[in-house]
Ligand binder design. Sequence first.
Ligand code: NAD
Length: 365
Amino acid sequence: MQVFGAVEQDGHERILFAQDAESGLKAIIAVHSTVLGPALGGTRFYPYECEEDALADALRLSRAMTRKNAAAGLDHGGGKGVIIGDPRTVKSERLLRAYGRAVESLGGAYVTAEDVGTTIADMEVIARETGYVTGASSDTGGSGDPSPVTARGLMAAMRGTARFLWGSTDLSGRHVAIQGVGKVGGAYARLLAACGAHLTIADVNEKALQALAQEVGGDVAAPDAIHATECDVFAPCALGGALNPETIPDLRCAAIVGSANNQLAEDELDADLAARDILYVPDFIVNAGGVINLAEEVGHEYRLERANRRVDGIEATVIELLERARESGGTPLDEAVALADRRISEVGGLHARVSRPPRTGSGAR
Ligand code: NAD
C-alpha cells in the first residue's frame, strides 16, 4: 500500500493510526492543517466497509474542515477523526478512553468534537483522557448541543441572502422548503416560522414531521419531492448530496440555504445551479455556526453570548461573498474558497496555540 502517495495531493500534515486490542479501537486521525491553529473537527464513528474507505473519509473530511474553519475566520486548522465500527455495538468506555489517549498523544495539534455516531456524552468520556476535546455538555463547562447555534447561523445566512436578493432581511411571507427537520432543520423551521416565513417541510421520520408541522404550520411534502417545491429558498438539512444531476433540474427556488454538509454531489455542480439562476450559498459558510460555537471553548471559558455574536457575523460574510461573486462573475462557492485561501495566506503561521488545551480542568491534566 502506498501511504504517502495517498495523502500527497492534499498535503495533510499528519495522520495517526491508533488501535487498542482490548476494546477493539481502530481509529484514524487526519490532521490536514495547523497553519491557522490547532486542527478542529469532529470524530465520526461509522461502520466503514474497509480501512481504505475510513482513511479516504478522514482525509476528505479533514481537508474540508480546513476550508470551513478558515472561511469562518477561526484560529483553527482542519482535522477529523474516524473510528471504524458500528457505534451501536462496539462503543464502550474503554474504546472511547483509548481514543482519547490517541487525541492526547497529538499534543494539541488536533482538538476533537462530536460528529455522526458520537454524542455529547461520548465527549465527556474522551475528556477523561484528554483536554483537547470540545462539545461536552454545558453543565461541565462545554458548549453542549451545537444545533441551536448552527440554526442561528442559518438564519444569519438567510438574512444575508434575503438582503442580497430582495433588498430586505424581512422574511415574512417568504416560502422556505426544508428537507430534513431534525436537530438543525427543526430549529431552523421554528426560527423561520417566528419570522413569518411560510414553510414546506419533509422528513423520513413521519412522526417527528407531523409533530413539527402541527407546531409551525405550513405544508408537508414527500421526502423525495421536497426539492421540487416551488419556493423562495430550498434548505437541504438532512444528508449530503442533495444537489445532484437528478435533483438540480427539478429545483424551483431562487436560493439554497441549508445546513447539510457536502450538499453538492460534486463541487462543479454549482455552475449548473448558477446557469439556472439559482443562488447556492455554500454549505460550509451557512453551517459554520456549529464549529464557531465549538471554537469558543478553546483557550478560554465558553460563553454563549460571544459564540452567538460571532455566528451572527455569517450574515455579513454571506453578503460579502454574494457581492464579490456578482462583481467577479464567479460563483459564491468560488468566492468562499477564495476567502478561505486568503485567510490562510494572510494570517497563516502566526498562531501559537497548538499546545493549549481547550478548557482548564476538563481533561486528564
Ligand atoms: P439530525 O440527524 O438531527 O437531522 C437530520 C434529519 O434528516 C432527521 O430528522 C432525518 O430523519 C432526516 N432525513 C434523513 N434522510 C432524509 C431524507 N432522505 N429526506 C428527508 N429527511 C431525511 O442531524 P442534524 O444535526 O440536524 O444535522 C443535519 C445536517 O446538518 C447534517 O448534514 C449535518 O452534518 C449538518 N450539520 C449539522 C450541524 C449541527 O450543529 N448539528 C452543524 C453543521 C452541519
